[in-house]
Design a protein around this ligand. Sequence first.
Ligand code: PMT
Length: 219
Amino acid sequence: FVKKDLVGRKILVTAGPTREPIDPVRYISNYSSGKMGYALAKAARDRGAEVILISGPTSIDPPIGVMFERVSTAEQMRDKVLQYFDEVDAVIMSAAVADYRPMNYSNVKIKKDDSEMTIRLSKNPDILKELGDKKGRQVLIGFAAETDNIVMNASKKIKEKNLDMIVINDVTQPGAGFEVDTNIVKIITKDGDIKDFPLMNKYDLSHAILDLAANLMVR
Ligand code: PMT
């Protein structure tokens, strides 16, 4: 039995990695599989929400019954998120957005030679920060993939990005973070409350996240 407490709500979820192209055959990315975000989209759908899932490249099938948008780069993800932002009640940014992209894209495959090679990077837009600046009624939920100083780094992100809560995974723990079907998280809310969650599958954890989110959405 799944409660239908999100009927009438519109929730935007981002998932997966972004790919930042170097040349026609190479890119910079990360290990995100999309599992966390897709689980969130399914859980929100099952509770009756209208769900928009904006996903970077993944190898999992889009969930049935959600509006699905495929993107590749951080800039494309930003544009799609902004396109829907005004109409949603909550945004959950579980995507692992690349912070940097190659400064110059080569239209032809870069050839190797005997010397070292350097790729210069420029900063990508910080999507959550932009949403935090624009935010009206929307509940804004960030994720944080941390390896050290976990609580301090995440608390800083809540303030800087004007978030309502942040879900922190310590990606160095087995069974947590990238690629696996489970996660181990702490959730910090804007008022400083910290909740610890044990190892859970990503779908059950999604419901726990949505329980907190539902309480924050204005009636
Ligand atoms: O996809 P899976 O394999 O299931 O793995 C799940 C996950 C580990 C990717 C997920 O649980 C997770 O932690 N996602 C966020 C990873 C991340 O990019 O963390 P961050 O600390 O770099 O970013 C903090 C927040 O800002 C995130 O909500 C991120 O979406 C957002 N961000 C980051 C950079 C950027 N340029 N724009 C952003 O909006």
